[in-house]
Ligand binder design. Structure first.
Ligand code: HEM
Length: 137
């Protein structure tokens, strides 16, 4: 598997572990105040990142592009900004971080759409395979 797909998958698993631990902590304490932040950590950090990783695993041409790397760092930045941003907004500590995070998150999805349209899915250069019918020379 290409390295960008591995990075997306590995990071998604780390975000999932953090999100689930947070979920268990919410359940145990009975305090669900921050559940929207937990939900966004799991859905953007785990689900969206794993979907992106699957796309790059299927599309070697997209995975080899410089945009794939930018897409990875943009997605990580979006998660790291929007999740505390939502928590701060819920706690009444300002919405600037949540707003910035939401723009970053939108940008990751716009970039994903661009990478898909530019490279297609499962696209590699056609590989020449030896023909079984070709007479031996
Ligand atoms: C160990 C695993 C998890 C635990 C213990 C857990 C726990 C919780 C708890 C206690 C709530 C609050 C429910 C409420 O107040 O009604 C919640 C909400 C939520 N969780 Fe999880 N969760 C887990 C994993 C996940 C995963 C994997 C996802 C998504 C892929 C997810 C997405 C959500 C969403 C979308 C909400 C609703 C947020 C909202 O109300 O705005 N959770 N979870």
């Amino acid at each position: 598997m290409n390295s960008i797909a591995t990075r997306f998958y590995a990071t998604s698993a780390i975000f999932a572990l953090a999100g689930m631990t947070w979920g268990i902590q919410m359940s145990a304490s009975g305090d669900h105040t921050l559940s929207p932040a937990h939900g966004h950590l799991n859905l953007i950090g785990f689900v969206a990142m794993a979907v992106f990783g699957t796309f790059y695993a299927l599309s070697p041409r997209a995975a080899a592009s410089r945009l794939a790397n930018i897409h990875y760092f943009l997605t990580v930045a979006a998660v790291l900004v929007i999740v505390p941003g939502i928590a701060m907004a819920i706690k009444g500590n300002g919405e600037a971080l949540a707003k910035t995070g939401s723009v970053l998150t939108l940008a990751t999805m716009a970039l994903f759409a661009y990478v898909i349209l530019r490279n297609g899915v499962a696209s590699t250069r056609p590989v020449e395979t030896p023909s079984l019918n070709r007479p031996a020379s």
